[in-house]
Design a protein around this ligand. Structure first.
Ligand SMILES: O=P(O)(O)OC[C@H]1O[C@](O)(CO)[C@@H](O)[C@@H]1O
Length: 356
């Protein structure tokens, strides 16, 4: 019998806005994002920056988490991410604020960007248009204008790469050109393994989709730094596949969530577990192997995925690209359109009506 995931023409009907192609074209998107950011005019940025704050929601905020994680070992300044209408009290004239909204219409981001500006922070807008673009233009702010027309979560390259490039251009971090090139080369190579034409038997992304199908995925990052990768998987499963999913990270989960795996069979049975790791050494190896042993013994499917790449940017994308493909395939298996976000739009409409 032909696997459903190998019936390509039928699958395309489930994906009219073509989320699959957006995922497939991520390497080109990252190249374009870097080009746009290297060419953006830098305006009105203080030369006394001592901290960085990324404003955003959903897929755009994840770009801020990536910045924080990738710069973990490098930056001499703190990087924070803010997912709110409001701002922490410490935002001031020496704060560099990236206001990231793919659409430029997300109210939380617009509000916190305006507040940042009123506090005297240096604001950089990363957007494809909307109110955020207008705000940046009206106030002569640095604007990285990215191409429009995608789902924000599919624009992970556009919402992530510009902040690295701007920080590099301001002399606050080392050049990321090589890391971006390595990332693009990795993704170009990998999509040939994950693409729709590769049959399930040889395709890890399709296999992972099958593993998650009719299960509740739990994603564990083996280092706290990479919880952003686990969160990206979770959000992609939620939005692309319309499935519940949960995530956590080591070593913190060994101090609480580990106990959940002692639950009765009926609770444990629907779960499936994915570990994301860069390397397994010393104490971390013991922690992961212990959990793998206990959880497999409960009959829960367990899958381990290792990062590749010699730099943290490539490592992030190598941890998440598999999930981007797998969640589109899971949507196909579940007969869902990976692009649509029904409840999100319905909720926005309800809020809009209530406030008008
Ligand atoms: O990048 P934007 O356009 O601000 O959107 C942020 C988030 O809001 C949503 O559009 C839904 O509220 C998400 O899909 C998206 O990740």
């Amino acid at each position: 019998m032909v696997e459903k995931l190998d019936q390509i023409e039928e699958l395309k009907k489930l994906d009219p806005k073509d989320m699959y192609s957006a995922v497939y074209n991520l390497p080109e998107q990252i190249e374009r994002a870097a080009e746009v950011a290297y060419n953006a005019e830098i305006k009105n940025i203080s030369d006394k920056i001592d901290k960085v704050l990324v404003l955003g929601m959903g897929g755009s905020a994840i770009g801020g988490d990536v910045l924080q994680s990738v710069l973990f070992k490098e930056a001499k300044f703190p990087v924070f991410v803010n997912r709110d209408y409001d701002l922490p009290n410490w935002v001031d004239e020496s704060t560099l604020v990236f206001a990231v909204s793919y659409s430029g219409h997300t109210v939380e981001t617009i509000n916190s960007a305006k507040l940042s500006y009123s506090r005297g922070a240096s604001v950089v807008a990363v957007t494809s248009g909307g109110v955020l673009k207008e705000f940046a233009q009206e106030n002569n702010l640095t604007l990285v204008e990215i191409p429009s027309g995608m789902a924000p979560r599919a624009a992970i390259g556009y919402v992530t790469i510009p902040s690295f490039v701007i920080l590099e251009r301001l002399g606050l971090i080392s050049s990321k050109k090589k890391d971006i090139e390595e990332t693009v080369a990795y993704l170009r190579n990998k999509r040939e393994e994950f693409k729709i034409e590769v049959p399930t038997e040889q395709n890890v992304a399709k296999k992972v989709a099958k593993m998650m199908f009719k299960h509740i995925p739990v994603i564990y990052a083996v280092e706290e730094k990479w919880k952003v990768a686990a969160y990206r998987w979770k959000c992609q499963i939620n939005e692309n596949s319309k499935y519940p999913a949960f995530y956590h990270f080591f070593p913190e989960l060994n101090h609480n969530e580990i106990m959940a795996w002692e639950a009765i069979d009926n609770v444990i049975k629907p779960l499936t577990l994915i570990f994301l790791y860069t390397s397994l050494e010393g104490e971390m190896k013991i922690r992961v192997e212990f959990m793998q042993e206990k959880i497999s013994a409960r009959g829960v499917p367990v899958f381990l995925w290792q990062a590749e790449g010699n730099n943290p940017l490539t490592q992030f994308f190598s941890l998440t690209y598999l999930g981007d493909f797998a969640t589109v395939y899971l949507a196909y298996l579940a007969d869902k359109d990976p692009f649509s976000i029904g409840y999100i739009n319905e909720l926005k409409l309800r809020i809009g009506q209530a406030l008008s």
